[in-house]
Design a binder for this molecule. Structure first.
Ligand SMILES: C[S@@+](CC[C@H](N)C(=O)[O-])C[C@H]1O[C@@H](n2cnc3c(N)ncnc32)[C@H](O)[C@@H]1O
Length: 199
């Protein structure tokens, strides 16, 4: 089963499964946005739009996702005072020009796609020099044994998410992206809030 098919099935129950567990970590991640007035911001793998209520006004937001059923729910969530354009697309092959965005938000997507290295290269490409990347996801540390997560990965990587992604190995593919901060958020630090800046 492809991720597009599984997220089509998950779409009606996604908010019930994820919304309350992630509300506070989303809020904290998006509180890192500086003054957004006039900025262009990409929400990569936007899902059902659970980030929308935490987005400061004044920016032009673009959300992209592979799954129409998730986007349909996101569309309903846009508030009248928000400028959010939604489109179908692949985060590992972004339909945007080089250096188009001031910020790329990657909440629960880098450890979802089968090829996170390809995604981070695309994020680096569409980001302006000095632009920021906000990441919220689950990663294992370099050299960490994590046998349960590696085993779990075999069962759920094709239907929901990967659980064996080593962030440092992914970041090594985007030399212009520099680490600004990396903080544990939940499940004993399995989930991390990471901020990068493009040199
Ligand atoms: C775990 S959900 C996260 C959604 C949202 N970012 C959030 O924080 O709730 C993963 C989302 O990524 C989307 N997705 C999976 N692979 C993708 C790809 N290659 N390109 C774009 N979106 C993708 C799925 O359709 C799903 O909506």
């Amino acid at each position: 089963m492809s991720l597009k098919h599984s997220y089509t099935l998950l779409a009606p129950i996604y908010d019930a499964m994820v919304a309350s567990a992630t509300a506070s970590i989303r809020k904290k991640s998006l509180a890192q946005l500086d003054d957004v007035h006039g900025k262009k911001i990409l929400l990569a793998g936007v899902g059902t739009g659970l980030d929308f209520e935490h987005l400061p006004a004044g920016a032009e937001y673009h959300g992209i996702d592979l799954t129409p059923a998730m986007l349909k729910r996101a569309r309903r969530r846009i508030q009248s005072n928000q400028s959010i354009k939604l489109s179908i697309g692949d985060v590992t092959d972004l339909p945007f020009t080089d250096e188009e965005f001031d910020v790329v938000i990657c909440h629960l997507i880098l450890a979802v796609v089968p090829d996170p290295e390809k995604m981070i290269i695309e994020v680096e490409r569409v980001l302006k020099p000095g632009g920021q990347v906000l990441i919220l996801d689950k990663f294992i540390r370099p050299g960490q044994f994590a046998p349960c997560r590696k085993l779990l990965n075999l069962f759920i990587r094709h239907i929901a998410t990967r659980t064996n992604v080593v962030f440092e190995q992914v970041l090594a593919h985007s030399p212009k992206l520099k680490l600004v901060s990396d903080e544990p958020t939940m499940v004993g630090g399995w989930f991390r809030r990471i901020k990068l800046v493009r040199a």
